[in-house]
Write a protein that binds this ligand. Structure first.
Ligand code: IMP
Ligand code: MG
Length: 396
């Protein structure tokens, strides 16, 4: 987020200096403003690319806190790969006509998409990509919807799997039974089941991890609902094996109390949902919460938990799901790391997580940045675009 805003600020300068908003109003001609703007934007992206390389060198030497980029952007996370920002800028400029624009400066979305493209390019060039994890809602399907057979993402995921790439759906949606995941993901599961080009081994490279990092299922053509639970020993990290049931109950009790308090103080028309590894508020029929109410509820829960003893012992994730708020035991950093472990200790530079929730305060995909490379999408259509970009570049 702050990296994005930093780059946006840098690009604002050439926009002011080179764009020509008065071109339609006057005959006085200056130089070719489009190519000037493009050249300056590209130079800036190259400079940032070099800052990233410099930071990676500092990481390699074990002194990441001393890099220039870290000094400029203290919230910087780990870089698992370089970012091909200049080339990515040229590719997105060709699509989005960024340097031809005279009134609208390079936006947050322009830069988010340039970063995504740069990440994909770097993974194709370096990587190699061995594992892709996807968030569910808003990344694979619309909020609250299901992955139905007509979803465009299915054929792309099958293409990844046919290259031997492992796939995980790492979703906050937490259910203990395979049937519930089949209800949400049946389009994908049936397509994998019916595929004649995927080998049985490749088919087994599909897992679903629900409740952030709590319930893992693996594809199996032979079982009802096409998903079978994976024994916890095979995927849970050592730090998770040490979790105590009393701590889980205590953390959920505290969360439930703060959620109830938010419902009461803001007079929300909400129901409380308590599960074995999560507690949340969901809207009563016909209710749409305001974003501010959702954020307030998240922040209140987060603060109380952070200050509690049990909140220091147990990782948790409080997040705004669009029209609900959940506190889950564990988070997606663990979720992705569990997938990496199951598939044979796959490294961060060989893993990509695609998600929509990367706003640091209330997003549940944010923490995956600590264990792998990431792409930040705003819709399922953008997920399809990213996969097309990868598949196209990888086939060259
Ligand atoms: P994601 O985008 O795939 O991570 O799914 C997040 C959404 O799953 C939330 O906004 C909720 O609507 C829904 N959900 C259902 N059960 C749970 C749960 O146990 N914890 C968190 N979210 C849940
Ligand atoms: Mg999501």
């Amino acid at each position: 987020m702050s990296r994005l805003l930093g780059i946006k600020g840098l690009l604002a300068v050439p926009f002011v200096l080179h764009s020509q908003p008065n071109a339609a109003l006057t005959d006085v001609r200056t130089d070719d403003t489009v190519s000037n703007a493009r050249r300056r934007y590209a130079e800036i992206m190259r400079d940032v690319e070099q800052l990233v390389n410099d930071h990676i060198e500092h990481q390699r030497r074990g002194i990441p806190e001393r890099s220039k980029l870290k000094l400029l952007v203290p919230s910087l996370s780990i870089f698992f790969t370089p970012l091909m920002l200049e080339e990515a800028f040229m590719a997105q400029d060709a699509r989005r006509a960024i340097s031809s624009r005279r009134f609208v400066s390079p936006s947050f979305n322009d830069i988010r998409l340039i970063l995504n493209t740069a990440q994909i390019m770097s993974l194709v060039k370096g990587g190699p990509l061995k594992l892709v994890t996807f968030d569910g809602d808003v990344t694979l399907y619309d909020d609250g919807a299901s992955l139905i057979p007509s979803n465009q993402v299915i054929s792309r995921i099958l293409d990844l799997m046919s290259m031997g790439i492992c796939v995980g759906v790492v979703t906050a949606a937490g259910y203990e039974e395979a049937k519930r995941y089949n209800d949400r993901l049946h389009g994908l599961l049936e397509a994998v089941h019916n595929s004649e080009s995927l080998t049985e081994t490749q088919k087994k490279n599909l897992v679903v991890l629900g409740g952030e990092a709590n319930f893992m299922f693996r594809f199996n053509s032979q079982v009802p609902h096409l998903l079978e639970p994976v024994p916890r020993d095979m995927w849970a990290l050592d730090e998770m094996k040490a979790w105590k049931d009393e701590d889980i109950t205590e953390l959920l009790d505290i969360s439930e109390a703060t959620l109830r308090d938010s419902v009461k103080t803001m007079r929300l028309k909400a129901d409380i949902v308590r599960k074995s590894r999560a507690v949340g508020i969901i809207p009563q029929a016909g209710t749409k919460f305001f974003r501010e109410q959702l954020e307030e509820t998240v922040l209140a829960a987060q603060k109380v938990l952070e200050l509690s003893d049990v909140g220091r012992r147990l990782p948790f994730c409080a997040f705004n799901g669009g029209n609900d708020v959940f506190v889950d035991i564990g988070d997606k950093r663990l979720g992705v790391a569990c997938c990496q472990r199951l598939f044979g200790d796959i490294q961060g530079l060989n893993t990509l997580h695609v998600g929509d929730q990367f706003l640091s305060i209330s997003g549940n995909d944010f923490k995956t940045r600590m264990v792998c490379t990431t792409c930040w999408v705003a819709s399922p259509a953008e997920t399809v675009d990213i996969l097309d970009e990868f598949l196209e570049l990888a086939s060259r």
